[in-house]
Design a protein around this ligand. Sequence first.
Ligand code: PEP
Ligand code: MN
Length: 342
Amino acid sequence: MIVVMNSSATEENVKNVENIITSAGLHVHLSKGEETTIIGIVGDKTRVNTETLQAADGVEKIIQVTESYKLANRKFHPANTVIKVGGKDTDAVTIGGDQFVIMGGPCAVESYEEVKSAAECVKKSGAGMLRGGAYKPRTSPYSFQGLEEEGLKILHRVSRETGLPVISEVTSEEALKTAIPYLDMVQVGTRNMQNFALLKAVGKCGLPVMLKRGMAATIDEWLNAAEYILSSGNENVVLCERGIRTYETSTRNTLDISAVPVIKTKSHLPIIVDPSHASGVRAYIAPLSKAAAACGADGLMIETHPDPAKALSDGPQSLTFDMFENLCKDLTPLLSLQGRRL
Ligand code: PEP
Ligand code: MN
């Protein structure tokens, strides 16, 4: 349920409505816009008397929010959320505003030289962030599982050397604890989208979180997963569409490009697209990236490797550095049509 205040409502009117809600044991989520203030009610709404609220001074109307996610809901928070990443020991990027943030780097951290060369390509191309997997959630237990803390150290070092904020996936609460000091943003992967213990833990970790869509999750399940993070106290959540399982076998997954406008309608959270895991095929990354930019995504996550044929993970979908650089160049005029920049 949300309470929409009228345009002449005073601070005192807002405080009074907040008191009615909190004294019923419920939580308040305040969203102050230019014209109106919206007070979201989080918790068991049967505990609050709607008539009392409706009669309070300054109240314009009360709207029932039928969706189970509240804090992630655009009805609770009409303006787009803009999330800042980095800015202390690195450059700062903002996701969800005018900047279109491309997160580039290898699927897996293999060596310092590999990550350093990828970061130099990312930087030279004007992309905003470095990515790299240290904990790899591989389908087979016999595939390369990642360098873990050693990999995080490499990412951290390269990030500080290049000024690029760094993101990496955490696959467990233990990995999260280890990873926090090395990262600027944490990633929850597709396989953990409904790992609720991990979602609550990243909700308390103090870093912005990128939540990938579960490969078989509906958009509402995905937004409820984001709600776990938000309701644990972390407002800095970016969603990432990375393809879903369908009957199609020409691509690794099927990029659900419609997720971008659907999320923009249902939620205020930024959304980026990962065409690498969505397609699994190097040749499809550029066209899918352009489609994502054209339909309003806030950024991209793209895998790139100095020698994709030798990559320990996801070589077939990794771009060469030349391809990465050319893609960023090609995206620039498209983004400027929308008033956006890299
Ligand atoms: C990744 O980004 O490294 C990754 C494993 O992606 P996903 O969780 O989308 O498979
Ligand atoms: Mn990968």
